[in-house]
Design a protein around this ligand. Sequence first.
Ligand code: COA
Ligand code: AMP
Length: 624
Amino acid sequence: MDYRSEFRRSVDQPDSFWREQAHQIDWIEAPKTIWQPTDNGHGQWFPDGTLNTSDVALDANIRAGRGDQTALIYDSPVTGTKRSYTYQQLTDQVALFAGALKAQGVTKGDRVIIYMPMIPEAVIAMLGCARLGAIHSVVFGGFAAHELSVRVDDAKPKVIITASCGIEINRVVEYKPLLNKALEQASHQPELCVVYQRPQATADMQAGRDLDWQELMANAEPAAPVAVKSTDPLYILYTSGTTGKPKGVVRDNGGHAVALKYSMKLVYDAHPGDVYWAASDVGWVVGHSYIVYAPLFAGCTTVLYEGKPVKTPDAGAFWRVVQDHKVNLLFTAPTAFRAVRKEDPEADQLSRYDIRSLKRIFLAGERLDPPTYDWLKEHTRLPVLDHWWQTETGWAICCNPVGLEMMATRPGSATVPSPGFDVRVVDAKGHSVPTGEQGQIAVKLPLPPGCMMTIWGDDERFRKSYFDPIPGFYSSGDGGYIDSDGYVFVMGRTDDVINVAGHRLSTGEMEEVVASHPAVAECCVVGVHDEMKGQVPVGLVLVKDGATIDHDELEEELVEMVRERIGAIACFRRSMVVERLPKTRSGKILRRVIRQIADGESYNVPSTIDDPAILDEISEQFQH
Ligand code: COA
Ligand code: AMP
């Protein structure tokens, strides 16, 4: 079927469309009801179906005769390790780990936090939870103790699974002291912490609370998949909102499996046996969907890469992995290739490797800037495909639907809406804007399967954040436009969320940290353009009357505070002291104008500004 017909059918007859897609996965009990609205503003997919996600990802492949096929390849340049697992071996490990958790009393609905680096045990832990119907919540290893403690208090896990360390190029990041500190800060305490000891660091164990992964596994009995309802939560993944409190995005089991299986065909045209590599981290949604779940649902081989695009050991790292594992489909963030291009502008490294296995390169996580697109195209001569999605949706809202038909690419555009996503560009009142004009990107309800079910423990915030702003639509938080051929151009967030090296961060959260410094009277943090990372945060601070702190010293302290509270990943490295902050007469800080000044863009002086002269002062500061 061609794209247009499939898209029309998906939005005109969503029930029959998704009923058909639901046949593509193994249910324990197939659903009779396809969609049903709920009173949190949205609805549920396949509410009377039952399944087990680890069964769909693993056992179903064994039943289909793929037991001896490689399911997972672990490639770790930072430890000099390569290891692979067949579907049978991965299933055995997952069943054993699930058995170990079960023996510790973990059951359906219990929360388990996973704070781990990019090692196979992280994948085994996720799938092990899914096997029991326990809800995992993976916390990215680059987050500081405080961020972890916030998630512990929100998810209230029975168990936390961690490793002794992660490895950042050649720096060992010990996780256990961070976990201990997080638990000192948290009100909620888990019953148990499971620690995977790596040779690069040995974690101290707290008697009565901490158990060793290897010892647990040595004594475990394998556990069978537990039947869960389609609508039971599979995981909670925290993402940045506009306030300091992260949102716990809740994903279901059934809709997730159906949508991701469909996406592997539609978006990536992946087939069983293909080697699929998402160079991301299991701590992000890309890692959840396309390192762990979707490639396994589709019977592919997934690559788990513990390294960076550069410096592990050089800018040829990605091409080396493609060659060594005969990768067919590669997915990463544009920032990764900007880093490669910076170190290897003529792509000399590429000629050292045989990348003939590679069929397509996919990019997402931030806007694919045309120079990066052109560079990749020129040097690889492969299709370079942008696609737009969010933690909330779990899969691409817009893509080049290569599984149906390959559409002409347009640099700067994520191409067209994926079937199921009725994408519109609207003004603040929800009225469609004319073709080619910028507005807010919204999706007409219902959202397709795979999208978030709610915010953990906060239906109210879910409704207020996503559905109240424009009744009848999901508000994406992104702005952009649709051209006359239906191509969608996503230009960036319209809220206080910024994108730093493909990582989603909240400026509001950073402001809370900066404002807590005793010398700071008021502050704001904006995301300014950065050549490699897309955006980086910069703080503007007003010091309290009488505060005598040296400005460089203040900057150093603020940088350290953000690192300590949020993590190095925030890349908060710059702050400047200003005399006043530009505000409207009603007291709202003009963040957008500040960002435009910082980026050297032209801007309109808002008529509501209380003191226009301040803009020139800020402009001068940025020029320094
Ligand atoms: N654990 C601990 N610390 C981490 C971490 C982790 N998992 N990941 C990053 N950090 C730290 C880094 O060590 C660095 O610390 P430093 O300030 O002490 O040097 C800081 O966080 C910033 O890291 P990073 O963003 O990786 O910056 P970089 O300059 O070292 O590398 C890139 C730049 C572009 C190579 C890197 O950002 C990258 O690989 N980006 C791709 C990200 C990605 O795949 N996103 C996908 C989401 S879809
Ligand atoms: P995350 O939830 O971390 O995946 O971040 C989602 C945000 O990243 C989106 O709201 C966008 O702002 C941005 N984003 C992701 N993919 C793209 C893309 N292909 N083009 C433009 N922005 C993107």
